[in-house]
Design a protein around this ligand. Structure first.
Ligand code: E4P
Length: 216
């Protein structure tokens, strides 16, 4: 299972990358808007820190415009994967870009049928947004289970990238379901590493070691 970090914040990306568990990064216009600097420069900087798929989203909503933006974004670095929304024009763009060897992360996926279309169009990743479904009283993880099962039925190569993760249980459920990738905000990465018994255990070991040191 691959772990991506869902942020455009360079300090968070550096810290998570230093932990050695980050395989890629996802950004979106809202995350980019929280940081200073030009979009292209932020993406370039991220690519220098993490050697894996780095998602950068297009703004155009027509296929020609999306393709144009995607081509420019893919020039920034070989690892850039273009994020395209799951709309009709997005499918057209995905088909054209994936045929040209440009990786697409089909974003804003909220139904199994949309995920099926993303795979048919040749997307590298399909991103179901679990937290946003939970927010409107739908079980987001149910969608992930459906997509994993559909993709397995037909051996689609598109990877299931669980997005809009809000807590550690989303990650554990995604792993149990066999999702290929989970993208998490830094806060969730920090939450999954922590366990009170680890902290208590470490404190006790260090206290006991003081007794050993006192002997010499
Ligand atoms: C990642 O690809 C998505 O853009 C992101 O996970 C959305 O998360 P949110 O629903 O918390 O904004």
């Amino acid at each position: 299972m691959k772990f991506f970090i869902d942020t455009a914040n360079i300090d968070e990306i550096r810290e998570a990358s230093d932990m050695g568990v980050i395989d890629g990064v996802t950004t979106n216009p809202s995350l980019i808007s929280k940081e200073d600097g030009k979009f292209e420069d932020i993406i370039r900087q991220i690519c220098e820190i993490v050697d894996g798929p780095i998602s950068a989203e297009v703004i155009a909503t027509d296929a020609a415009g999306m393709i144009d933006e995607a081509r420019k974004l893919s020039q920034i670095h070989k690892n850039v994967v273009v994020k395209i929304p799951c709309i009709r024009e997005g499918l057209k763009a995905t088909k054209a870009l994936s045929s040209d060897g440009i990786g697409v992360n089909m974003t804003l996926v909220f139904s199994p049928s949309q995920a099926l279309l993303a795979a048919k169009a040749g997307a590298m990743f399909a991103s179901p947004f679990v937290g946003r479904l939970d927010d409107i009283s739908h079980y987001g993880m149910e969608l992930v289970q459906q997509i994993v099962s559909i993709y397995n039925n037909y051996s689609f190569e598109t990877e299931v990238l669980v997005a809009s993760i809000r807590n550690p249980l989303h990650l554990v459920d995604a792993a149990q379901m066999g999702a290929d990738v989970a993208t998490m905000p830094f806060k969730v990465i920090d939450q999954i590493v922590r366990h009170p018994l680890t902290d208590i255990g470490l404190k006790k070991f260090l206290a006991d070691w003081e007794k050993v040191k006192a002997r010499s």
